[in-house]
Write a protein that binds this ligand. Structure first.
Ligand SMILES: [Zn+2]
Length: 406
């Protein structure tokens, strides 16, 4: 699989002093809300059913966090995702990072060593978790090691499944030194749990975006681990959205609560005001009926999450994308896996700060027009799909080019 831009995570100092040091969780491009990468047939890439074997750095995370401590923390972070009962995804730490090329001393501490390990991941040989104890690797890759906490992505796939992946953790945020300053351990770990979500094939999700400013407890509970910003260390615990999507990509079919026995699907199309032109890149949120679960337990996706970001035009630029389908019926399509129940469906624009590395979906364009009110409640049973829950935006510009027919 060709290289994709690595998902990374950054701190925005002072952005949200009222909450925590605000962290910018950055994702990769050519993605989709829900899944990170989608095949040309519209089916998301995912990991296979076997246990995902990863290897950890045999050096310290930082001068104050020794290897053994870091290893225990990393295992616990993978366990957060492995603990989702309706997903088969599972991980196993199988040892320290294997020697390869210029990397022979167990501790990935130089850019040359990182490059060797990255190349071995790209060759499909191992899935490394690298501790960049002094930030020199992050800096060597051209990123600001006082703002990037870590990054991650799958490295290789076959036609359907990821085969290897890589995570880098920047120890400068856990070294006790005044610059750039540590973030609390739960927040650092929440950030890396977010990165493991990318490693696992998840894109960002926008739910309760009002929590970009200080928000209430119920709203905070609904903010996904995969929200583009870390607004609270509570994101170290997975939200319903995180659990729904990891399960949708990796559904348990036996040996425990199954995906099909737990989740249904709400689907529909977001339309321009003409009611027939599909609108892509609109955030769609299904909120369960009732208080407080309407705030604590929503699930979301981006319209057109299966569809390719068509490039080579003045809006989306020239960067080619090979990911996503080209089926016209997918352009405005949304599909949301939800626990069986009753939901209202609402739409909104992706937040204007969620661009580039913190993007959601295949591309970012502000939602045209305005959102209609939330839908009437829609019920869906486990294993069932409620389709046709279409949403027509209000007051959009005409969609059809004046020089072509409808
Ligand atoms: Zn991210």
């Amino acid at each position: 699989m060709p290289a994709v831009e690595r998902a990374s995570l950054r701190v925005r100092i002072g952005r949200q002093a009222a909450v925590l040091a605000a962290l910018w969780l950055a994702g990769s491009q050519a993605l989709a809300g829900g899944p990170l990468l989608v095949r040309s047939n519209g089916v998301p890439f995912a990991w296979g059913t076997g246990t995902i074997n990863y290897r950890t750095d045999n050096g310290p995370l930082s001068p104050t966090v020794p290897e053994a401590t870091a290893q225990a923390r990393v295992i616990a972070m993978f366990d957060v995702w492995q603990g989702v009962p309706t997903s088969y995804i599972s991980f196993s730490r199988v040892g320290f990072i294997n020697s390869t090329g210029a990397f022979t001393d167990g501790d990935v501490s130089t850019l040359a060593e990182y490059d060797a390990v990255d190349a071995d991941c790209a060759a499909g040989n191992q899935s490394p978790v690298v501790y960049d104890a002094d930030g020199s690797i992050v800096a060597g890759l051209g990123m600001d090691n006082t703002s990037v906490i870590g990054f991650a992505s799958p490295c290789t796939s076959n036609a359907t499944n990821y085969l290897t992946g890589l995570i880098v953790m920047n120890g400068r945020f856990q070294d006790g030194l005044p610059s750039p300053g540590d973030i609390p351990e739960p927040a650092f770990d929440a950030a890396i749990i977010h990165e493991i979500g990318h490693f696992s094939g998840l894109d960002h999700s926008q739910i309760n975006v009002n929590c970009m400013n200080p928000c209430g407890t119920d709203d905070l509970a609904g903010v996904p681990t995969m929200f583009p910003f870390l607004v609270s260390s509570t994101q170290a615990s997975l939200s319903v959205d995180d659990m729904a999507w990891i399960s949708r990509l990796h559904p348990r079919t036996s040996g425990g609560p199954t995906f099909a026995g737990t989740y249904g699907t709400l689907s529909g199309v977001v339309f321009f005001s003409d009611g027939q032109s599909h609108a892509q890149f609109v955030n769609v949120i299904a909120r369960p009926v009732g208080i407080p679960q309407n705030r604590t337990s929503p699930v979301s996706v981006i319209s057109g999450y299966r569809f390719r970001a068509i490039h080579g035009n003045p809006i989306t630029g020239d960067t080619p994308s090979q990911f996503g389908s080209t089926a016209p019926g997918d352009i405005g399509l949304f599909e949301i896996p939800v626990p069986a129940g009753s939901y209202t469906i609402e739409v909104e624009s992706v937040h204007p700060d969620f661009t580039d590395g913190s993007s959601i979906g295949p591309y970012q364009i502000a939602m045209p027009g305005t959102a209609p009110p939330p839908s009437v409640p829609v019920s869906v049973a486990a294993g069932a799909t409620s389709s046709g829950n279409n949403v027509t935006l209000i007051g959009t510009p005409p969609r059809f080019d004046q020089f072509e027919g409808p």
